[in-house]
Design a protein around this ligand. Structure first.
Ligand SMILES: [Zn+2]
Length: 171
């Protein structure tokens, strides 16, 4: 099932999601399948559960855009453990469509998370994967990438979004 993507302005995107405490249930397996379907349908490389209106600490990532099943990644209750180096590059968010901005991020990032069975693991990614690990983990804390921009830039984006909302071009 493909869920519609929740857009900026919905409070679910800006609050910390709930921890997942039950693993390996048929509901969780189905939900993860739906998250991948929703992410591919929206042509994203990552999706966090709050972006489909579910406030739970679950995210999926696939930097290969569905080309390589080995790159499918499920993060449950993720935490950022380490960041090394710096990269500056364009970043966007399915919940803030039509905008892309330069964001400075760690170049190499290690996250600890649980898998669908609740087993803890660590993953280290560089470049695009590092950016996706940070972006999605922050979603689950209620933090959007625009919080990394200058106040000036962020306010400009918010003003443009308000205009789009008023014109009925946002939902
Ligand atoms: Zn996002």
């Amino acid at each position: 099932m493909v869920y519609p993507i929740v857009k900026f302005g919905d409070p679910v995107l800006e609050r910390e999601a709930d921890n997942v405490t039950e693993f390996d249930t048929p509901e969780l397996h189905k939900f993860l399948e739906d998250m991948f379907d929703s992410m591919y349908a929206a042509k994203g490389v990552g999706l966090a559960a709050p972006q489909i209106g579910v406030s739970r600490k679950i995210a999926v990532i696939d930097c290969s855009n569905g080309e390589n099943p080995d790159e499918k990644l499920v993060l449950i209750n993720p935490q950022i453990l380490r960041q090394e180096g710096k990269q500056v590059g364009e970043e966007g968010c399915l919940s803030i469509p039509k905008f892309r901005e330069q964001v400075r991020r760690g170049k190499k990032v290690t996250v600890r998370a649980q898998d669908v069975k609740g087993v803890e693991f660590e993953i280290t990614g560089e470049d695009l994967l590092a950016r996706a690990l940070l972006h999605e983990t922050e979603h689950l804390l209620g933090r959007l990438y625009i919080t990394h921009l200058s106040t000036l830039k962020r306010d400009l984006i918010k003003r443009k979004i308000k205009k789009l909302q008023r014109a009925g071009d946002w939902d």
